[in-house]
Design a binder for this molecule. Structure first.
Ligand SMILES: [Zn+2]
Length: 262
């Protein structure tokens, strides 16, 4: 397409062009641009059912578990901070001697910024769950980039140096992964989840987690019900005791993601 010329002006322009550049016509650059744009729109994974086919992703773009270092797992909490749920969960984690990593939503952090200090002050780690908790699969790359930037700026303003990022609903597109990588964040999903939004039974939540509790596991729970059924965080809260028992039975320590993935 680029090699075709339809006017004398274009012929003249090509004739006087730098020969090194002739070998790389603009169409090649345009094609690369289109390919890059397509990659940004490409849904890399959709959260469906129990798990997603993320094993197919190129290494390093996204993780769903840590190294199978003997004796360690990471418990994570999404969707907070919540004025009631987060303090209760923090107190329960203290009682059980468990440490965790929290993935707060930017819009919720703006409402409850003091809880970020509480989380850090008790020895837990923080990531970000984006700003708006939206489905990335229906958002433009530009929207995704702005959402991550806004969430990151908010956490930086609170003195948090981010390493971990988890997209809402576990949905990632090319734009999600590429922009997180540009920002120096590790995208982390999970290998075991409580699915508290689907049950009111803490026992069912603990049993589901227990089935995939192994060294290196990343466990997903929620300390808020802002983006799920009312009372969702209470189900997680009440399941924590049984999760702690199962960890002890298997001689596993709950550590932060920074300690799991060193
Ligand atoms: Zn979420």
């Amino acid at each position: 397409m680029a090699a075709e010329t339809s006017s004398a002006d274009e012929v003249t322009m090509l004739d006087h062009a730098d020969p090194r550049r002739r070998s790389c016509p603009w169409a090649v650059g345009a094609s690369l641009g289109v390919a890059a744009a397509a990659a940004e729109y490409l849904p890399a994974a959709v959260a469906l059912g129990q798990w997603t086919p993320l094993q197919a992703l190129p290494g390093g773009l996204c993780r769903w578990q840590g190294p199978r270092f003997p004796g360690r797992v990471a418990i994570t909490f999404d969707d907070g901070p919540h004025p009631e749920g987060t303090p209760k969960i923090l107190a329960r984690l203290d009682e059980l001697g468990l440490r965790a990593t929290f993935f707060p939503v930017g819009s919720e952090v703006a409402r409850e910024p003091a809880l970020i200090d509480d989380i850090l002050g008790r020895g837990h780690a923080l990531g970000t769950h984006g700003f708006a908790h939206a489905h990335h699969l229906v958002k433009s790359p530009r929207w995704v980039r702005r959402d991550l930037d806004t969430a990151g700026e908010l956490m930086e303003a609170l003195g948090v140096a981010l390493r971990w990022f988890r997209p809402a609903y576990g949905q990632v597109t090319g734009a999600t992964l590429l922009h997180a990588r540009r920002k120096g964040w590790d995208t982390v999903l999970w290998s075991s989840w409580g699915r508290e939004w689907a049950t009111t039974s803490p026992r069912a939540v603990a049993a589901r987690i227990g089935r995939r509790l192994r060294p290196g596991a990343v466990v997903l729970l929620h300390d808020s019900d802002r983006f799920g059924p009312e009372g969702m965080w209470r189900v997680a809260y009440e399941a924590l005791g049984a999760v702690g028992d199962e960890l002890a039975r298997r001689h596993l320590d709950a550590v932060t993601l920074d300690e799991l993935v060193v």
